[in-house]
Design a protein around this ligand. Structure first.
Ligand SMILES: Cc1ncc(COP(=O)(O)O)c(C=O)c1O
Length: 383
């Protein structure tokens, strides 16, 4: 069995089934601006908020790095605040970091689990600070009956994490109508074709495993070869899947396929499947001795991105699962080099320990049972 870490792309997903539009249902398109990737939305967002050099944004000690670099590349300073063992923002740490340069607080809803936005917004209002909500993990999650992304002055999204898209991010302006001060271009056709072909190969691998080697030989390998030649000839191919922030592409919009996909997707179905898979793993892992979970329950309103577990020998465990066809994800493996080594031990520990098991919408109960079986196996590094 092969289980991808992220949702896979198939051509049938381009067909609109229900009247369930990702963004117009949740936020409306008027206040939304789409980008090639979430990091570019962050870059644009801090500029749109009017932040200036010498201004500081308070950012969480646990992060993946690209969101921090997006702020720095916009010319704004950052200062880190602590997070708790439950990956909640540490309000006291935020308070103690506020000074005359602080202009905004950047908050991440890790793995789709909401932060306590009421007290955070109250604190920011008291100090006249803007709230930037990072919903890269939180598409379709709710907090107190209000969707994530509707709490901050601005909020940012990254679609590749939870939707079957190869690129795409967005910024939602909750404090005003979007003001367009950039002209967007589309990514090159070659970039888009390459990215979607790879995502489609994940689909073939997961659902038509018997065809995968044929697909690999007849389509993937020749495509790689052609791509190499085109690159030598000067064609530029970029990817939305790196942790590098490349400022020269900041004004790129999403690809046409991504635009079509985010307008075709059944948001409700995604939430139902993700919650079902998470709940199934939650129940199943109760019987596994040495497993340590990050979140022990699934609150109402959460659309989980992954099932994060804490493992001592994390990289060994990731390899073991991959050897069994289960692809996983690590968030925050390399914390930003501006984060002091002595600050926030939780972030440093989680950077070494957290491993995200997949629970995405393409998976079925058989996939979850298989993951549980592999975790229970006597050769699993947990045992
Ligand atoms: C919390 C968070 N914010 C922002 C981003 C940037 O999103 P993208 O990869 O679409 O640029 C990421 C991506 O990994 C992320 O995990």
């Amino acid at each position: 069995m092969y289980i991808s870490a992220f949702p896979t792309f198939s051509f049938s997903k381009l067909i609109k089934r229900k009247k369930a539009q990702v963004f117009s249902d949740y936020f409306g398109y008027e206040n939304t601006r789409f980008f090639y990737r979430g990091a570019y939305a962050i870059f644009y967002g801090v500029k749109a908020l009017g932040l200036k050099p010498k201004d500081t944004v308070l950012v969480p000690a646990y992060h993946c790095g690209i969101e921090i670099n997006a702020i720095l590349k916009a010319g704004i300073n950052v200062k880190f605040y602590d997070v708790t063992h439950e990956l909640e923002v540490d309000i006291e740490s935020i308070k103690s970091n506020i000074d005359e340069h602080t202009k905004a607080v950047f908050v991440i809803h890790y793995y789709g689990f909401p932060q306590e936005m009421v007290s955070l917004n109250k604190l920011c209002q008291t100090h006249g600070l803007k709230v930037i909500e990072d919903c890269a993990h939180g598409l379709f999650s709710f907090y107190k009956s209000k969707s994530l992304g509707a709490w901050g002055d601005i909020s940012v999204f990254s679609f590749q994490k939870s939707l079957p898209t190869a690129d795409g991010g967005a910024i939602v302006f909750n404090d005003r109508k979007e003001d367009c001060f950039i002209t967007q271009k589309k990514p090159a056709l070659l970039t888009t074709l390459r990215a979607y072909l790879l995502l489609y190969s994940e689909h073939i691998h997961m659902f038509k495993g018997f065809l995968f080697s044929v697909f690999n030989t007849l389509i993937l390998k020749p495509s790689r070869f052609i791509l190499k030649i085109l690159k030598r000839g000067g064609s530029k191919v970029i990817t939305a899947n790196t942790n590098e922030f490349d400022a020269q592409y900041v004004s790129l919009g999403p690809s046409g396929i991504t635009e079509k996909l985010i307008d075709s997707i059944d948001a409700h179905g995604i939430v139902v499947n993700r919650r079902r898979n998470y709940q199934h793993l939650l129940e199943g892992t109760k019987h596994i001795k040495n497993i340590k979970l990050l979140f022990n329950n699934l609150p109402v309103g959460v659309c989980p991105l992954f099932f994060p577990i804490r493992v001592n020998q994390r990289d060994l465990m990731q390899q073991y699962l991959s050897d069994h066809g289960i692809e996983t994800f690590i968030f925050g493996k390399k914390l930003h080099n501006l984060l002091p080594k002595e600050q926030c031990p939780v972030a440093w520990a989680y950077s070494d320990e957290l491993l995200c098991l997949p629970i995405h919408q393409d998976m079925n109960p058989g996939n979850i049972e298989y993951i549980l079986k592999v975790l229970e196996d006597e050769n699993c590094p947990l045992n």
